[in-house]
Design a protein around this ligand. Sequence first.
Ligand SMILES: Nc1nc2c(ncn2[C@@H]2O[C@H](COP(=O)(O)OP(=O)(O)O)[C@@H](O)[C@H]2O)c(=O)[nH]1
Ligand SMILES: [Mg+2]
Ligand SMILES: [Zn+2]
Length: 321
Amino acid sequence: MSKRKVTHQQQQRIQAQQTKRRERVHALQTPEQHGLVIAHYGKFVDVETSAKKIIHCKLRQHLPILVPGDHIIWQQADDGTGVVSAIEPRRSQLARKDQHDQLRPIAANVDIVVITVAPLPEMQELFIDRYLVALENLHLMPIIICNKIDLLATSQHHDLQQRLNIYAKLGYAIYYASATTQQGLTELASALTHKTSVFVGQSGVGKSSLIEQLIPGVNLHANEISAQTTLGKHTTSTSRLYHLPCGGQVIDSPGTRNFDLWSMALAEVSHGFREFREYAGHCKFRDCKHLSEPGCAIQQALAAGKINPLRLANFHAIIAP
Ligand SMILES: Nc1nc2c(ncn2[C@@H]2O[C@H](COP(=O)(O)OP(=O)(O)O)[C@@H](O)[C@H]2O)c(=O)[nH]1
Ligand SMILES: [Mg+2]
Ligand SMILES: [Zn+2]
């Protein structure tokens, strides 16, 4: 009995090896072509060919995780699919920490990261700050978009604007928009033209809805029906790249409850708070955590009103073990 089972497993293994070899041989006989990764599904990727066709591709074993925005080399297989054989170097990437504490790429060759917030689900500055720390260290340009402004009465709009002004004062671009009423979308579209941007933010803030408004005729939510949650809500389950009509690409990403930073040195977290940079070198202690250490330049800047207390509190929340 057990002997037969082993034999069966061996047969399967041999068959799998042969399939792999055939693929390899065949792949070598077809020309290598350039392609752009549109989406990644487990062991497959959707690749856009230079002829603007989408082709479902398997991956050669040695490849790293491929993500939307990756430029790759692929070859045609005989069953209408393709095989990705190589990845071209990334000029930038957005990454986050996965469950195994590893850095996991989300999107490649990105220019702009659109941090999407909304009055509902409620905006949290700590969420924004985590992203900003990551983006400052990855040298990616953040913009912040506050969606669903149609939900706000004038006074609430004012309150939210006050909260986001912290970021405007630091030089970050802030957009106010509504995917429902289309307010603010022209400004957003022009900021994204000819760039590759990735929309990030909590689930439900309206990332997919905004992208749908930027690209007439595309229905992101239709792609998501198979991924409906038990609550019957649509959720984006995998990142996907779309072309903007006026040039440029946007990548929709699944919502994350939180954005987990990879483990970072204190200096890197500090660097992520751009207004700290001019003071950070001036603390008495090199490893100053800017809590209550004597001679702390950041605490002095706080007392002088040059650093916002909420930003410093969020810095402490981020470095807390
Ligand atoms: N009132 C209002 N609702 C919106 C707006 N944008 C999106 N929504 C709604 O918010 C929910 C979540 O939108 P979705 O685009 O799926 O969010 P995502 O998870 O960030 O992609 C949906 O029910 C949308 O109809 C907006 O500007 N105003
Ligand atoms: Mg979505
Ligand atoms: Zn200090």
